[in-house]
Design a protein around this ligand. Structure first.
Ligand code: ADP
Ligand code: MN
Ligand code: MN
Ligand code: MN
Length: 335
């Protein structure tokens, strides 16, 4: 029997690309082939030369359609030469991961996000107003404290059914805000799994007429922003504490280069309040949730482990963030 392959790719929308997808019906036993789309409708081409190519790079069972159906991540290529399109950040991520493979870098990403109604107000905010101040919502239970639980439940099970490396979920500090974590694995795998998990979240929330927002600071004022804390380690960091410190120092030498690539509107989120460090000041510390990079207390106790870059926004591109951390940390690490 035929099956459905859902091709998923990142478009050219600025400043934050959108996920796009379309379905190909496949004859039984055939693998999803190279395909194409109209790049002039996705900010990836001009109308006069509109074709872009899609090259399948990773596929997983489709947990929504189930059966033999699959979800496929495709890299966007120029139709004329089949080289990576300028919006294809995965190709560079793969290249860097290969270059520094000997460092055996792994990542775990904590994806925060906000559920919105179709009118743009967060779920859990009364129409035209604000809920009670932050405090009871983080890791909360019970009506009036958490909203949208049915979406979380469905999304988490879908990720598990699809074989994604989902590690956990929790309600966040602002009402309507949630988190899931993906990891730990090499940068390309974690980024692909994050892309599938984000797509599944949009797709599942669609059935509830809920909009998933990865905006860095969806509500101004005394409300937490949404981040994507990026936890990382090299083999050397997992074996000894000096390598953990060296990694933090190396990143501290390239503050702006990192922050510029950590997602749109980062200045609104990294203010120094709400468990963030100011975007233009770098710091690292043990257990410090007000630092740019936090070294978990167990890592100091064990004398080895990983570090958490707390700066990436919820709307970051995981291919770009893992690539830059890999370049900075591994180029400064002697093997
Ligand atoms: P917190 O909310 O306290 O910051 P979480 O439990 O949400 O922490 O996330 C911890 C993340 O750290 C997970 O994504 C996990 O994969 C990642 N992690 C744990 N150990 C390592 C490691 N050695 N290298 C890279 N990432 C790691
Ligand atoms: Mn977390
Ligand atoms: Mn969090
Ligand atoms: Mn964290």
């Amino acid at each position: 029997m035929s099956y459905q392959a859902e091709y998923i790719w990142l478009d050219g929308t600025s400043p934050t690309p959108l996920l796009r997808n379309k379905t190909k019906i496949m004859a039984d036993g055939k693998e999803p082939p190279m395909w194409g789309f109209d790049g002039s409708s996705t900010n990836q081409a001009e109308g006069g030369a509109s074709d872009c190519a899609l090259i399948p790079v990773r596929s997983i069972p489709d947990p929504i359609r189930s059966g033999d159906n699959v979800l496929v991540i495709a890299e966007v290529m120029n139709a004329k030469d089949l080289k990576p399109h300028v919006t294809n950040t995965r190709a560079a991520c793969v290249k860097t991961a290969k270059k520094y493979a000997k460092h055996e870098m792994i990542f775990g990403i904590e994806q925060e996000y906000t559920m919105l109604r179709l009118d743009g107000t967060p779920l859990g905010f009364p129409p035209g107003g604000f809920p009670g101040a932050q405090g009871p919502y983080y890791c909360g239970v019970g009506a009036g404290r958490v909203v949208g639980r049915e979406i979380i439940e469905e999304h988490t099970q879908a990720c598990i059914d699809a074989g994604l490396l989902i590690e956990g979920t929790n309600a966040e500090v602002m009402p309507g805000q949630w988190e899931f974590q993906i990891g730990a694995a090499d940068g390309v795998t974690v980024s692909d799994h994050m892309t599938f998990a984000r797509w599944l979240l949009h797709r599942i929330a669609e059935d509830y007429e809920v909009v998933i927002s990865f905006a860095a600071k969806p509500i101004k004022g005394d409300w937490n922003g949404a981040g994507a804390h990026t936890n990382f380690s090299t083999k050397a960091m997992r074996e000894g504490y000096p390598a953990v410190i060296n990694a933090c120092e190396a990143i501290g030498k390239k503050v702006l280069q990192h922050v510029e690539n950590y997602g749109d509107d980062i200045q609104s989120r990294l203010t120094g309040k709400h468990e963030t460090a100011p975007w233009n000041k770098f710091s690292y510390g043990v257990s410090d949730r007000g630092a740019s990079i936090r070294i978990p207390w167990q890592v100091e106790r064990d004398g080895k482990g990983y570090a958490e870059d707390r700066r990436p926004n919820a709307n970051m591109d995981p291919y770009t963030v893992t690539r830059i951390i890999t370049e900075t940390v591994c180029s400064a690490e002697k093997l």
